[in-house]
Design a protein around this ligand. Structure first.
Ligand SMILES: Cc1cc2nc3c(=O)[nH]c(=O)nc-3n(C[C@H](O)[C@H](O)[C@H](O)COP(=O)(O)OP(=O)(O)OC[C@H]3O[C@@H](n4cnc5c(N)ncnc54)[C@H](O)[C@@H]3O)c2cc1C
Length: 304
């Protein structure tokens, strides 16, 4: 069994920042990342990043490239394609897909994953949740698209797609939008957009190159059907906390922490999106929380 002073789960900006702070404060750390690359959601950010001062980055890829030049990360040797599978909160044993660790401290920075729509499982015309309407909308020129969701990302996607698509159908489960009012106002001006309120997908049926979606009203009204070329689900995310059932959560799988990012167990910290909830998900918060968590760990070690 390998010993880790600080084991970091997740190689997104939160986990990477924690690694930088470990080096800064003289702690040894070991970072495991489930996929074959570092950066987490940074790879999906195709919009300009204007809220991570002092620089403006054209996309997440440029931010990541710059971040990986940091000397502390150059010396890190992250363990890629290794995922934390379980933790034993009492014995402080962490089991991953490749090893078992005895950890003094664990930092969970596992981020979030998109929610999926079970009824669409196996549907061949569902766009990936990583589909970027900022840069890929032109690929659906002249086609009919159903966007599912009522939050900011759904409305932003519908708005971007409407510039190229023949028609955009927005399917919203509730009778109101969760998105900011500026998005709702923008949608009202789009001539090729229809909104289906209080509606969910009951089933799908492939029709040559298209898909027929049977729609079920959640409150009043008759079932209906639309035929589209593509479906883009934008129904939010959940915290990647499923591997840690002993830790308390709030909302959609987000890990509860105290003001030092500590979970209910003194040796386990959580930071970044997995601990923040969708409304507060941001690069700057994840980075700041990494400082706080690692500084707190360092103070614990020095006090003992
Ligand atoms: C399209 C898009 C645009 C955005 N634009 C902005 C913006 O302009 N400004 C801004 O501030 N924020 C933006 N965000 C949000 C920002 O990207 C996130 O808040 C931030 O990247 C969260 O970082 P994180 O390290 O907490 O999580 P993530 O980046 O999600 O990283 C988590 C990592 O943990 C890994 N992992 C998961 N489970 C395990 C496991 N069991 N074991 C090991 N590893 C695991 C994952 O593979 C991933 O690499 C955007 C997000 C998206 C998707």
């Amino acid at each position: 069994m390998e010993h880790a002073q600080v084991l970091i789960a997740g190689g997104g900006i939160g986990g990477l920042s924690a690694a930088v702070w470990c080096q800064r404060l003289g702690l040894s750390c070991l970072l495991v990342e489930k996929t074959d690359r570092l950066g987490g959601q940074l790879a999906q950010i195709r919009n300009e990043i204007v809220d991570f001062p002092p620089r403006v980055y054209p996309r997440g890829a440029e931010l990541l490239e710059e971040m990986l030049l940091h000397p502390a990360l150059g010396a890190l040797s992250p363990r890629l394609e290794e995922a934390v599978l379980s933790i034993d909160p009492l014995s402080q044993i962490v089991t991953t897909t490749k090893a078992v660790y005895q950890a003094d401290y664990l930092i969970i920075a596992t981020g979030v994953s998109p929610n999926v729509i079970p009824v669409l499982e196996g549907c061949p015309r569902v766009l990936s949740t990583e589909f970027s309407t900022t840069v890929q909308a032109a690929s659906v020129t002249g086609q009919d698209i159903a966007v599912i969701g009522g939050g900011d990302r759904a409305l932003e996607s519908a708005s971007n797609l409407s510039q190229f698509a023949r028609r955009v159908d927005l399917l919203v489960r509730s009778s109101t939008l969760r998105a900011r009012s500026e998005w709702a106002e923008r949608l009202a001006e789009l001539p090729n957009l229809r909104v289906f309120w209080g509606t969910e997908i009951a089933s799908f049926e492939p029709q040559k190159e298209k898909i027929a979606l049977k729609l079920r009203p959640l409150h009043v009204g008759q079932p209906s059907e639309i035929v589209v070329d593509w479906i883009l689900p934008r129904i939010g995310v959940h915290g990647n906390s499923g591997d840690f059932p002993s830790l308390a959560t709030f909302g959609d799988g987000y890990l509860k922490t105290d003001e030092f990012q500590r979970t209910g167990y003194g040796w386990i910290y959580a930071l970044g999106d997995v601990s923040n909830g969708a409304s507060y998900a941001s690069l700057s918060l994840a980075v700041g929380q990494a400082m706080k968590a690692v500084k707190h760990i360092s103070l614990q070690i020095h006090h003992s």
